[in-house]
Unconditional design. Structure first.
Length: 211
């Protein structure tokens, strides 16, 4: 695997973390507790569609490239090992369920914008509940990706071994399903891992991949 491909994957990881920030600042679908809260959650339908619909498309695109480059790097270093495939499966689950959660959350405001009908806000609660649980379940995939990557890094040194410490960022996603902690640590891990892949000298990358 060339150093250029690793750098591109790292750059996409950073980009994936950056473009999802607006969606994180909109709020959480678990916050509304009453029908009135659910209506106010979609305060501006058009801006909500942009923050939670349009920009996350780039997050998913960049995330796929980042995941592909990372898994190729891990696979080249560790061979056909279980941990490399767990990283692939975990990343795929995270991206797929995140995409589904975003689609469920943006469905109501997108319908308001498309049909110019605000009465559809009566159906917000089921969509918010669905997106809430899809986001919860996606964090199991991100935890698997983070921990499996740390294992390969520690075992092979394909990335600096100190980056295995980033596995601590997988604790919150692992607990997210049960205690509702914010999943910002997953985004932080993607951005930091992407930064390491981008900044690592090509010579070190080549030697590590060939190890």
């Amino acid at each position: 695997m060339s150093s250029a491909a690793i750098r591109i994957g790292g750059l996409c990881g950073i980009a994936a973390a950056v473009v999802i920030i607006p969606a994180s600042t909109v709020g959480s679908p678990e916050a509304p507790k009453t029908p009135a809260d659910a209506h106010s959650y979609y305060d501006s339908a058009s801006s909500f569609v942009t923050a939670n619909g349009t920009l996350p498309l780039l997050h998913l695109l960049f995330g796929l490239v980042f995941l592909g480059a990372l898994v190729a790097l891990l696979r080249r270093a560790s061979g056909p090992s279980v941990d490399a495939y767990v990283a692939l499966a975990g990343g795929a689950v995270f991206l797929a369920l995140t995409a589904a959660g975003l689609a469920a959350e943006v469905a109501v405001p997108a319908a308001i914008v498309h049909f110019n009908d605000v009465s559809i806000t009566e159906y917000t609660q089921p969509f918010l509940a669905l997106s809430f649980w899809l986001y919860h379940l996606s964090q199991i995939g991100s935890a698997a990706l983070i921990f499996a990557t740390a294992v390969v890094v520690w075992r092979t040194g394909v990335l600096p071994k100190w980056t295995a410490v980033l596995a601590i960022l997988g604790v919150l996603p692992l607990l997210h399903t049960w205690i509702g902690l914010p999943a910002y640590s997953t985004i932080a891990w993607i951005g930091l891992t992407g930064l390491v892949m981008l900044a690592l000298p090509p010579k070190v990358q080549t030697e590590s991949v060939g190890a």
